[in-house]
Design a protein around this ligand. Structure first.
Ligand code: MRU
Length: 332
């Protein structure tokens, strides 16, 4: 992704390895400042995932791969490191997929840093294919809706839900994106809007509660990412995704999910097997560090919801677009 840093335009990724160090954009600081965090400590890398300096399923996987490379380099016990890194967050399947891929590579005697770089390149390549397969869904003049952030910050370069938008824009089509703010952590307002601005894609931030209003009024396509997709097409994504899928079905708007194979958990038969992260109630009760709720009130803060697969028109993957009942064909 191209960003302006210290007065010059640079092409950077959400996370990368340089001179033996993991570097990543601290997404907690965006859009106000672009800060790069560096570490050689695999435990700290895990904490950066847990504290959401980096977030979004494929980006979590990439940083987990680098955390494993750092662990191998430091001589840590690989099984112990794998268990620790996997404990960072429970829902994004990419975390588990990446750690298992790295354990296999390290056990096979591969150079850990090279294996982590290869992992990142593979995922980024898959996201580019998602862009290629998804772009034809975006027609000239269309209004598109997305939720949370499934862009370059959440992956490597292209994004998942935003990849088709990047390609459609490069192909010269004009379209408009409704970005739901994504309470309580505001990934839509702070991250997706920032990315679309860098890309010159027309958009507006809407309150999460305004989705029905706009889906009833000319939205032609909804695209979201996913954190974990079960074998039957049920999928976990940022809280509020389920609402949009139900509304999209009500208004007859096609609803697509964009994700690489690393997000598909074929061992989970359906959505009931997906573990859902519940985060601190302060995220809901407070805004910008100030408690707005009355003292004595409590909040519930499920970070993800599970949308039934039958509400999904298609899954946009690196292998093409699949209907929910055709997901088994993806594995061939
Ligand atoms: O809690 P987050 O910000 O990690 O949640 C991210 C999402 O829900 C994204 O939509 C999902 O990971 C897809 S990212 C390409």
């Amino acid at each position: 992704m191209k960003v302006e840093m210290h007065g010059a335009v640079r092409d950077i990724r959400a996370a990368w390895f340089e001179d033996g160090e993991l570097k990543l954009i601290d997404q907690r600081r965006l859009p106000h400042s672009l800060e790069i965090v560096s570490t050689t400590d695999w435990r700290l890398a895990t904490t950066l995932i847990r504290d959401m300096a980096v977030r979004g399923a494929p980006a979590i996987g990439i940083v987990a791969a680098y955390a494993m490379a750092l662990a191998a380099r430091s001589g840590a016990d690989i099984a112990e490191a794998a268990a620790f890194v996997k404990g960072a967050r429970p829902t994004a399947y990419d975390l588990f997929y990446a750690v298992d891929s790295m354990v296999a590579a390290i056990s096979a005697g591969e150079d850990p840093a090279a294996a982590a770089d290869a992992y990142a390149e593979t995922i980024i390549g898959k996201c580019s294919q998602i862009g290629r397969f998804g772009a034809p869904l975006i027609k000239d003049g269309m209004k598109v809706m997305t939720h949370c952030n499934a862009g370059a910050l959440a992956t490597g370069d292209w994004g998942t839900a935003l990849a088709p938008m990047r390609v459609a824009k490069n192909e010269g089509r004009r379209f408009f994106v409704y970005v739901s703010e994504t309470r309580p952590r505001l990934q839509g307002m702070q991250l997706t809007a920032w990315e679309l601005l860098q890309e010159g894609i027309d958009h507006a931030i809407i309150p999460d509660g305004a989705s029905a209003r706009y889906l009833a009024d000319g939205v032609g396509l909804v695209i979201t990412g996913a954190d974990r997709i079960a074998a039957n097409g049920d999928f976990a994504n940022k809280i509020g995704t389920f609402d949009k899928a139900v509304l999209a079905r009500h208004f007859g708007v096609p609803f697509y999910v964009a994700a690489p194979i690393s997000t598909f958990d074929f061992n989970a038969p359906d959505g009931r097997a997906i573990p859902i992260e519940h985060r601190a109630e302060e995220e809901v009760l407070c805004m910008a560090g100030m408690r707005l709720a009355p003292e004595g009130s409590h909040a519930l803060n499920p970070s993800f919801d599970v949308t039934p697969g039958d509400l999904v028109t298609g899954f946009i993957t690196e292998k093409g677009v699949f209907a929910p009942h055709d997901l088994d064909k993806m594995q061939s």
